[in-house]
Design a protein around this ligand. Structure first.
Ligand code: AMP
Length: 196
């Protein structure tokens, strides 16, 4: 199984690129943001609890998202691999993911981090907010809150994957296809190195 994390701040293009990667490689896409928005749309108890966090640009408690990932892993036993998008976002989530994968005799083989300037991120998010229907994309204060959370809680977990030599920065600016090509090159290289 080839398990990959697409890493990067809000607005760096993780969702867009995930769609293309899933189509090309057949990965199962696990986006905690999408899963949470689905719960909210279905007005489940979990969704009602999560909504307050999403609206404020804060993280949903670790145990909630870890539980969601655990049940998704359980539902997809025989797959080419998982593409994690927006997860893990905290150190406890990264530890839990390692554990959940090792219980299933697998691991994260590559972390690709999309590198985009903050100025470009804000432009993209406000633009996306015009059509996405996501309230957390229209309010500039909430966008800034999400960046702060990213810097304090999420960015530091890159160190864990750097130590394992599984972390790679990819230029996240340019056309969608250019960025996709860079991601594919990194994935193909890693797949080749595992095969040899
Ligand atoms: P995203 O679609 O990945 O930008 O996520 C949107 C919002 O969902 C975030 O601002 C958080 O409130 C929540 N969320 C998504 N993934 C996680 C996660 N791994 N841990 C905690 N909260 C999350």
């Amino acid at each position: 199984m080839f398990n990959l994390i697409l890493f990067g701040p809000p607005g760096s293009g993780k969702g867009t690129q995930s769609g293309k990667l899933v189509e090309k490689y057949g990965f199962v896409h696990l986006s905690t943001g999408n899963l949470l928005r689905e719960e909210i749309a279905n007005r489940t108890p979990l969704g009602l609890e999560a909504k307050n966090f999403l609206d404020k640009g804060q993280l949903v408690p670790d145990e909630v998202v870890i539980g969601m990932i655990d049940s998704c892993l359980e539902h997809h036993r025989q797959v080419p691999g998982f593409l994690f998008d927006g997860f893990p976002r905290t150190a406890p989530q990264a530890q839990a993911l390692d554990k959940l994968l090792s219980l299933r005799k697998t691991e994260i083989l590559l972390v690709l981090a999309l590198d985009v300037t903050e100025e470009e991120l804000i432009k993209r998010l406000l633009n996306r907010g015009k059509t996405s229907g996501r309230s957390d994309d229209t309010n500039e204060a909430v966008i800034h809150q999400r960046f702060t959370v990213y810097k304090n809680e999420t960015a530091p977990i890159a160190e864990h994957y750097k130590k394992l030599k599984r972390f790679q920065l990819v230029k996240g600016e340019g056309t969608v296809d250019e960025i996709f090509d860079s991601l594919c090159q990194a994935i193909d290289k890693r797949m080749r190195s595992l095969a040899s």
